[in-house]
Design a protein around this ligand. Structure first.
Ligand SMILES: Cc1cc2nc3c(=O)[nH]c(=O)nc-3n(C[C@H](O)[C@H](O)[C@H](O)COP(=O)(O)OP(=O)(O)OC[C@H]3O[C@@H](n4cnc5c(N)ncnc54)[C@H](O)[C@@H]3O)c2cc1C
Length: 410
C-alpha cells in the first residue's frame, strides 16, 4: 500500500498533471479530482493506494508517460509525420446535417462521427463532456445514447475536463462506448489498454482533437468580466461554436447577453492561462486517437482564421483502420461530407501546433536542467521536430522556461 503516491507527488511537483482524471478513475475511490487555483482539475489522494493502482497510474498517467506513435499494438497507420502524427487518410469535411455543422466547434465532424458510431451499432453510448449547468464555464462528464445529447456537447470547451475520472466504473459496467477527449485523455486510455484489455474491447472508437492547451477557470471568468458581467451570475456560457469560429457567448441569470470574438477570447484571455503541462505536450494532435479533428482554418502564419465567419470545416485525420473505416461509412451514409487533403496543407491551417512541436524539446530540456521531472516521450518525434527549430527559437524557449521555473520557486 502507498500512503502518498510517489508518482502523483512527482506529477504535481513538476506541474505535469493535465487533469484527465485517469488516476482518480482507477484508484478505487482513493483519489478524487478537485479544482485548484487558478482553476485546474487536480487529484487529491484521500486513502492509501494498492500497488496495482500505483502501477496503473505510473503506466497510464499522461504526466508520467505519453503514449508512443510507433510500435504499439493499436498502431496500424500507413503514414506518419513529425508534426501531425500517424495517419491513414487526411481530409477536410463537415457534418452533412446543417444543425450539427452549426453547433460544432469547426465543422461538427466529431459529433457527426460519434453519432454515426451509435447509429451503426458499433457502440451503445458516447462518453464526452458538456457544460456543467451549475457552473456553465466548467465541464462535466456525460454519457450520451442519442444524437441530440451528443450535439448538446458539441463545440470546444476551453476548460479543464476529467473525462477519465470514472473510467474503471464504466469498464466494469461492460457496455461498449465511444470516447471523445483531449489528446492526453486518449494517451492515458491507450496506455491503460496495455494492462487492461477491456479498454480496447469496450472502447472501440477513440476520438480527439488538436489541442492548444487547457486554460484555467480564472481565464473564463475574466472573459465574463470583460463583457461587463458577473462571473457568479452566468446562466449559460458557450466558448465557441454556433458558426465558425463562432462567438464566445454568455447569458447572465438576469438575461443580459455578452459576446466576444474568438481571437479576443482565446488570444486575449484563455491562451494566457494555459497550464504548464500543455506547454510541453509532445502529442497535442491526438496522435494515438482513431480519428483526430481540428480547425481547417483558411488561415496562414498567425494560426487565426483570416475571415469573420464561415460555414464550418474540420480537418479530419483518420489514423487507424477503424477510424478510416468509420469515416468512409459515415460519408457513404450521408452523415459526413469529406474531401481528401494533401498532408502538407495542414501547415497553413495549424502553424502554431507545428511551432509548439518544434519547441517542446527546448522546454523539456529546460525542465531537466532545473531538475524538474518531465513525462517520458519516446516515439513521439520530439527530437526530429526540434531539429527544425532555429537556434534563436530554441534558446528563447529554453531560457523562457528556466525563468518561469525560477520565478515559480521564489
Ligand atoms: C482545450 C481545447 C484546445 C483546442 N485547441 C485547438 C488547436 O490548437 N487547434 C485546433 O485546430 N483545434 C483545437 N481545438 C479543437 C477544435 O476547436 C475542435 O474541437 C475541432 O476542430 C473539432 O471540431 P468539430 O466541429 O469537428 O467537433 P465538435 O462536433 O464540435 O465536437 C467537439 C467535441 O469535443 C469535446 N470537447 C470540447 N471541449 C472539451 C474538453 N475541454 N475536454 C474534452 N472534450 C472536449 C466535446 O464534448 C465534443 O464532443 C481545441 C479544443 C479544445 C477543447
Amino acid at each position: 500500500m502507498t500512503e502518498n503516491s510517489p508518482v502523483i507527488s512527482r506529477i504535481l511537483s513538476g506541474e505535469l498533471c493535465s487533469g484527465c482524471g485517469l488516476c482518480a478513475g482507477v484508484s478505487e475511490s482513493a483519489i478524487s479530482m478537485t479544482t485548484v487555483a487558478p482553476g485546474y482539475g487536480r487529484p487529491t489522494q484521500n486513502a492509501p493506494l494498492t500497488d496495482e493502482v500505483e502501477r496503473k497510474i505510473e503506466t497510464s498517467c499522461p504526466g508520467s508517460r505519453v503514449a508512443s506513435w510507433v510500435d504499439e499494438p493499436w498502431q496500424d497507420a500507413t503514414h506518419d509525420d513529425m508534426y501531425w502524427g500517424p495517419w491513414r487518410r487526411c481530409m477536410t469535411g463537415h457534418a452533412v446535417d446543417p444543425e450539427v455543422r452549426y453547433a460544432g466547434s469547426s465543422g461538427g465532424a466529431l459529433s457527426a462521427i460519434a453519432g454515426y458510431a451509435l447509429k451503426s451499432g458499433l457502440v451503445t453510448k458516447v462518453l464526452h463532456v458538456n457544460a456543467d449547468p451549475e457552473q456553465p464555464t466548467r465541464n462535466r462528464i456525460t454519457l450520451s445514447d442519442n444524437m441530440a445529447d451528443i450535439v448538446a456537447g458539441a463545440g470546444s470547451r476551453y476548460a479543464t475536463s476529467s473525462p477519465l475520472a470514472a473510467i474503471q466504473e464504466l469498464l466494469d459496467q461492460g457496455s461498449r462506448f465511444a470516447f471523445i477527449g483531449k489528446p492526453c485523455d486518449i494517451s492515458a486510455l491507450r496506455q491503460l489498454s496495455k494492462i487492461d484489455e477491456r479498454v480496447n474491447k469496450l472502447i472501440p472508437l477513440k476520438l480527439s482533437f488538436f489541442c492548444g492547451g487547457i486554460p484555467s477557470h480564472d481565464g473564463a471568468d475574466r472573459i465574463v468580466q470583460a463583457m461587463g458581467l458577473d462571473p457568479k451570475q452566468v446562466a449559460t456560457f458557450r466558448y465557441r461554436g454556433h458558426g465558425w469560429p463562432g462567438l464566445t457567448k454568455v447569458v447572465s441569470s438576469d438575461g443580459e447577453i455578452g459576446e466576444m470574438r474568438y481571437e479576443d477570447s482565446w488570444g486575449g484571455h484563455l491562451s494566457k492561462e494555459v497550464q504548464f503541462r500543455c506547454k510541453i505536450c509532445a502529442d497535442a494532435v491526438g496522435g494515438v486517437a482513431d480519428i483526430a479533428c481540428a480547425d481547417a482554418w483558411y488561415g496562414g502564419e498567425t494560426g487565426y482564421p483570416q475571415f469573420d465567419e464561415a460555414d464550418g470545416r474540420s480537418l479530419i485525420m483518420a489514423r487507424t483502420k477503424i477510424g478510416e473505416q468509420l469515416v468512409k461509412e459515415a460519408a457513404a451514409n450521408g452523415i459526413l461530407a469529406v474531401k481528401d487533403l494533401p498532408i502538407d496543407e495542414i501547415m497553413l491551417m495549424q502553424p502554431s501546433q507545428a511551432r509548439r512541436k518544434r519547441l517542446v524539446g527546448a522546454r523539456m530540456d529546460a525542465s531537466r536542467l532545473m531538475l524538474q521531472p518531465v513525462p517520458r516521450t519516446e516515439g513521439l518525434k520530439v527530437k526530429t521536430a526540434q531539429k527544425q527549430a532555429t537556434i534563436k527559437e530554441y534558446l528563447r524557449d529554453l531560457l523562457g522556461t528556466i525563468r518561469r521555473i525560477v520565478l515559480k520557486r521564489r
